[in-house]
Design a protein around this ligand. Structure first.
Ligand SMILES: COc1ccc(S(=O)(=O)[C@H](CC(=O)O)C(F)F)cc1
Ligand SMILES: [Zn+2]
Ligand SMILES: [Zn+2]
Length: 159
């Protein structure tokens, strides 16, 4: 995973490939859009959805081996991963479809996990601050203010 690099454009395209069956497509679409919106507000970046496979960030729900060197592991464990900025697989974000993806309540909150992964897709590494979205372990966040002051400072330092 290329870390620490950043995109050299302010308009970043994304495309959604395979979906999960845990949620309706329009629900997934809006959660993904909202997760990008968290970073757009803090960075001034613009995220534009396209319907081609050569978008900067390809978003997919996959299981086990899925075409990169990071196969998923079934339920729990790794929930998702994202490549750092770059051509080709750079930025691509994969969700383990063996997890139960939810809007809230039991299972893993897709909005929260996606916002964390998109932090990686934009070039952010993990934080040691448990209050930060980029802290390495999943927890339920107050969906109102997902980003810590540190998250905001780190994305502003990159863009
Ligand atoms: C808060 O968002 C997340 C926390 C932890 C994860 S993870 O447990 O899947 C993590 C992957 C990651 O940090 O992106 C682990 F190393 F696999 C994903 C999203
Ligand atoms: Zn993958
Ligand atoms: Zn992470």
């Amino acid at each position: 995973h290329i870390q620490g690099t950043s995109w050299n454009t302010n308009v970043i395209t994304y495309s959604i490939g395979r979906y999960t069956r845990d949620l309706g497509r329009s629900t997934v679409d809006s959660l993904i859009e909202s997760a990008f919106g968290v970073w757009a507000r803090a960075s001034g970046l613009t995220f534009t959805r396209t319907y081609t496979r050569n978008a900067d960030i390809m978003v997919e729900f996959v299981t086990y081996a899925h075409g990169d060197f990071y196969p998923f592991d079934g339920p729990r464990g790794t929930l998702a991963h994202a490549f750092g900025p770059g051509m080709g697989a750079g930025g691509d974000t994969h969700f383990d479809d063996d997890e139960h993806w939810t809007v809230g309540g039991t299972g893993f909150n897709l909005f929260v996990v996606a916002a964390h992964e998109f932090g990686h897709a934009l070039g952010l590494k993990h934080s040691r601050n448990p209050e930060s979205l980029m802290y390495p372990t999943y927890k339920t966040f107050r969906p109102t203010n997902l980003l810590s002051r540190e998250d905001v400072a780190n994305i502003k330092a990159l863009y």
